[in-house]
Design a protein around this ligand. Structure first.
Ligand SMILES: Nc1ncnc2c1ncn2[C@@H]1O[C@H](COP(=O)(O)OP(=O)(O)OP(=O)(O)O)[C@@H](O)[C@H]1O
Length: 262
């Protein structure tokens, strides 16, 4: 469903500030794969998601979604294939539009004929049904401005909006990191439910080891622009948070050894 081949991406190439964010990254996801992505700060996790979404263009390499080469497509052209939720609850929703207007916008996203934001009764019934599943009481607040919602409620709504148009790929970029533990747990649970319900192929970046181990059927660890660990479902089920930290220490140590040898 998603194929990333030999992708390289350097910020400020050819300058003293040059920074290799992705160093020959290849990754293949089968339909329905749910891959959690961990790694130290600056490892290239967000850049990877940006290259998949088309927000950033790779210097070289290819990105294919469902067999289609999207490498040269803009983020707008890819929007119909991709749903994305960011760390900041404010990023995924329009604050001065109502809940139902936001949902109507999400429903039309990526369609070719432009925006048809009209909220019909049929749509409203669907919105109520989907919102009820979030268990946030939002189904009775369709006319409320989104700016009135809590961070957790907004993130739950963002998740619903990102998956509404049944994207081929769901990208989650530390989408629970800005929430308090209780709300983070709720959004984590909703994530698992929604991904399973729609069978979404998902890449989820997180700094939370327990979350990375609990969710999904595969885990990758990135370090300095490379994938340094790739655990399938079985290896992941046997891994512990402590074990992951030990792997972190190992790659950091190896990187240090390499730099000392140069
Ligand atoms: N817009 C940018 N301009 C310049 N350099 C950037 C930009 N975005 C990322 N980088 C650099 O690219 C590298 C990878 O950054 P990226 O944000 O992908 O890492 P990350 O793994 O998501 O880190 P974090 O966990 O801190 O969010 C870092 O060295 C970072 O400084």
């Amino acid at each position: 469903m998603l194929t990333i081949e030999n992708v390289r991406m350097t910020f400020f190439p050819g300058t003293l500030n040059a920074r290799v964010a992705l160093d020959d990254v290849s990754l293949q996801l089968a339909p329905g794969d749910f891959v959690t992505v961990i790694g130290s700060n600056g490892a290239g996790k967000s850049t990877l998601l940006n290259v998949v979404a088309g927000t950033l263009r790779a210097d070289s390499g290819t990105v294919r979604i469902d067999g289609r080469d999207v490498t040269r497509m803009s983020d707008h052209q890819r929007a119909r294939y991709i749903g994305r939720v960011f760390q900041n609850p404010a990023a995924g929703t329009a604050p001065h539009m109502t809940i139902e207007e936001n949902l109507a916008m999400a429903l039309e996203r990526g369609r070719r004929r432009g925006l048809r934001l009209g909220v019909t009764n049929a749509k409203r019934a669907r919105f109520r049904q989907e919102l009820t599943a979030l268990e946030q009481g939002l189904e009775t607040r369709l006319g409320d401005w989104v700016s009135l919602l809590s961070g957790g409620q907004r993130q739950a709504l963002s998740l619903l909006m990102a998956t509404f148009s049944e994207p081929k790929i769901l990208l989650l970029d530390e989408h629970t990191a800005a929430l308090d533990p209780q709300r983070a747990a709720l959004v984590t649970r909703l994530t698992a439910e929604i991904v399973e319900r729609f069978g979404l192929t998902t890449l989820m970046v997180t700094h939370n080891m327990d979350q990375a181990l609990k969710l999904g059927n595969r885990l990758i660890m990135m370090h300095e622009g490379r994938i340094v660990l790739d655990l399938d479902a079985e290896a992941k089920s046997k891994m512990t948070a402590k074990g992951l930290l030990a792997e972190f220490e190992k790659v950091k140590g190896d990187a240090l050894d390499d730099s000392l040898l140069q």
